[in-house]
Ligand binder design. Structure first.
Ligand SMILES: C[S@@+](CC[C@H](N)C(=O)[O-])C[C@H]1O[C@@H](n2cnc3c(N)ncnc32)[C@H](O)[C@@H]1O
Length: 318
């Protein structure tokens, strides 16, 4: 426990898809004036310097956010442009990527006066860092240095009756998979209309498919399943291959936006011919709809042709 530090992975492909979708959900929910309760059950440190020893160690951002940072915003889908805009707003003057905001800071930055954020973080080093990073938002953004799986239920249903919850565990220990499901099950039973975003790694573990399947069976009105893969497993069968994002009660328009964004991201962040994406919407009444997009093959070919030209951006690890 506590070996995981998000700084090692900040800005990687998983952060890109997760943060872009999170911000998109937030802005769609903010199209209505009512107050929003924002909850981040696993907050991390809130901000990460590309210059710190931990981040430099693996430099995962170079094959994620680093590939998008210098691009023109009008050359990318609006969801990604919005994400880069928010990040740049939190960034200093320098055009070189030097600081990367994490999920609680991104949400806090986009809060309106009527919104409120609670972020959980248990790590003895990262919790004080997150507290410091949220200080400027005053009482509207609070840190709880306690267990986010267990603490979520006490915040639900929110007085505002409108909420967005990000659950982004480190899955450092296998029991996190079961805890994530139990916590979400309890949360949705108390507040079934909230919007929940659950991140699950694509790694070679039995627990992954089980959690995805069970989260998609939770009794809410709609569930959106996004699958975004950038590479195959390493030679040892290990390593992060990509992300599942399960969005319970996705805001209107999110699915359509993802249909544009995910294939584009595959072409930008894909690392080998196994890169691809899938988008699937399930509604409560009736069975699962067929995938709205499964361009694994098509996008893989696009990516493979780029790699065969000898792109210097092909990394050895994700
Ligand atoms: C994947 S990181 C979070 C990254 C962050 N959501 C972001 O996108 O910027 C997971 C974090 O959860 C923390 N953590 C682990 N178990 C926890 C628990 N039960 N409750 C709250 N935080 C926990 C870890 O210390 C780690 O910082």
């Amino acid at each position: 426990m506590f070996a995981y530090r998000h700084a090692f992975h900040a800005g990687n492909h998983a952060d890109v898809i997760k943060h872009a979708v999170l911000l998109d959900c937030l802005s769609r929910l903010q199209s209505k004036p009512g107050a929003l309760t924002l909850i981040d059950t696993h907050g991390g440190a809130g901000a990460y310097s590309t210059d710190s020893g931990l981040t430099r160690n693996k430099a995962e951002y170079k094959t994620g956010l680093g590939r998008l940072w210098g691009m023109r915003l009008d050359k990318m889908p609006e969801m990604i442009a919005n994400y880069i805009r928010v990040l740049r707003g939190l960034h200093g003057e320098s055009t070189t990527l030097s600081t990367m905001a994490g999920s609680p800071l991104l949400m806090a930055q986009q809060m309106r006066p009527q919104d409120h954020l609670t972020a959980f973080e248990m790590h003895p080093t990262d919790a004080p860092l997150l507290k410091q990073n949220l200080e400027r938002f005053g009482r509207r953004a609070q840190l709880r240095a306690s267990d986010g799986f267990a603490g979520l239920r006490a915040l639900l249903p929110p007085v505002s009756r409108r909420g967005l919850v990000l659950m982004d565990p480190s899955y450092e220990i296998r029991t996190d998979y079961g805890k994530a499901l139990a916590s979400l099950r309890e949360a949705t039973s108390r507040f079934s209309t909230g919007c929940y975003v659950l991140w699950v790694p694509i790694v070679a573990r039995l627990e992954v498919e089980r959690l995805v399947r069970q989260a998609l069976a939770l009794p809410v009105e709609e569930r959106l399943h996004l699958r975004f893969q950038v590479r195959r497993a390493g030679a040892d069968g290990l390593g992060l291959m990509g992300s599942h994002l399960i969005v319970l009660n996705p805001p209107y328009g999110l699915q359509r936006a993802c249909e544009e964004v995910l294939p584009w991201l595959v072409t930008q962040l894909g690392q080998d011919e196994s890169a691809g994406c899938e988008i699937r919407l399930q509604e409560k009444k009736g069975g699962p709809k067929p995938p709205s997009l499964n361009n694994h093959q098509r996008v893989s070919r696009v990516d493979a042709s780029r790699l065969s030209r000898g792109s210097s951006r092909v990394p050895s690890r994700g």
